[in-house]
Design a protein around this ligand. Structure first.
Ligand SMILES: Nc1nc2c(ncn2[C@@H]2O[C@H](COP(=O)(O)OP(=O)(O)OP(=O)(O)O)[C@@H](O)[C@H]2O)c(=O)[nH]1
Ligand SMILES: [Mg+2]
Length: 335
């Protein structure tokens, strides 16, 4: 995945603005890099490109392994391209640290989209820590926007934290499920349902049609009992078949309607302001802890304090406060 990086970020910015997919790939590689000089370059690049960002529809898609997310993105992607969108697909694979990256295979699976000039596909980087993946994806969204992509789809496997992270960086969050029989409702965590702006029951084809219909009806019922997040938008469950294309165009209609609602009501603006603030705080927390660990004054004290905590000689709350007092001075709260 290590594309050769041009020394000159100005040149990279020019080519990226022109919509060159190779330049976009290189820019994302810069942003993903663990090297400090690469990160500095990425930050310079992103700062220069900031005015050209923000103009895409950011779509998050999550769902259990094998629900058909990649197949669905391929189907909905084709509909989107037919409607004139330029599409960037970013994969977030929270398990890639362990498995070494499974979404790489999706490039093969998304055969209908791969290689088309109006499509950019970026598999998940492997070997990144969870927080790093979130940062990289946020930055990749901005870079894709600067390169003129006006529909950005972020795919993530629905396990654990990843849905929340993806919902926190997109405008609309789609939850994709497959009909699996009666106990389906119990299998989905309520918290994840609450993130969804649209629930999609996929694989409504062949022998699954009746089950998909039933599942969509059950979900819709459950969703109506939940407090709506936005005025004028009732979250619903719809069915489709990513395999044969049934219902895909209607789903794209709903996505576009949701966007119109978000834009006309000013919600989009607000949602992004909240997200940017949350991003700032996530970065602050991460950087702060990193710097704390390496700060000479703290590094010197840390082994002993940790030992004291392990031995039960000091309350962790007190130990944390003492370390921070050592760095920032005694806070008013602690006197
Ligand atoms: N019958 C049917 N099968 C489908 C449909 N969509 C996907 N599949 C099949 O389901 C399997 C998984 O599809 P993927 O698109 O790879 O699912 P995914 O959710 O991206 O999987 P992960 O990325 O591994 O979590 C494949 O064998 C697909 O062919 C559909 O609409 N109908
Ligand atoms: Mg997939």
């Amino acid at each position: 995945m290590t594309a050769t990086l041009p020394e000159d970020t100005a040149d990279l910015a020019v080519r990226l603005r022109r919509g060159e997919r190779r330049a976009l790939a290189q820019a994302i590689t810069l942003a993903e890099s663990a090297r400090v000089d690469h990160r500095m370059k990425a930050e310079r690049l992103l700062s220069a490109l900031m005015p050209e960002t923000g103009r895409s529809l950011r779509l998050g898609i999550s769902g259990p392994p094998g629900a058909g997310k990649s197949t669905f993105i391929e189907a909905v992607g084709q509909v989107a391209i037919d409607r004139g969108y330029k599409l960037a697909i970013l994969a977030v694979d929270p398990s890639s640290n362990i498995s070494g990256g499974s979404i790489l295979g999706d490039k093969v699976r998304m055969a209908a989209l791969t290689g088309r000039p109006e499509v950019f596909i970026r598999p998940s980087p492997s070997g990144m820590v969870s927080g790093g993946v979130a940062r990289r994806t946020r930055e990749a969204i901005l870079l894709a926007e600067a390169a003129g992509f006006d529909l950005v789809i972020v795919e993530t496997v629905g396990v654990g934290q990843s849905e929340t992270e993806v919902a926190a960086m997109t405008d609309m969050f789609l939850l994709l499920l497959a009909p699996m029989g009666g106990d389906m409702l119990q299998g989905i965590k309520r918290g994840v349902m609450e993130l969804a702006d649209l629930v999609i029951v996929n694989k409504a084809d062949g022998n699954h049609i009746a089950a998909a219909q039933q599942a969509a009806a059950d979900y819709s019922h459950a969703l109506r009992l939940m407090r709506p997040q936005y005025d004028g938008w009732q979250v619903e469950a719809v069915q489709c078949s990513a395999l044969n294309g049934d219902g895909i165009s209607e789903i794209m209609d709903r996505v576009e309607n949701f966007r119109i609602l978000l834009e006309s009501s000013g919600i989009l603006q607000k949602r992004r302001v909240v997200q940017a603030t949350a991003w700032l705080w996530a970065e602050l927390k991460e950087d702060l802890i990193e710097r704390l660990k390496t700060h000479p004054a703290i590094a010197q004290l840390l082994p002993r304090v940790e030992a004291d905590v392990r031995n039960g000689e000091i309350l962790p709350t007190m130990a944390a406060r003492k370390l921070l007092d050592g760095l920032f001075g005694v806070s008013k709260r602690s006197t």
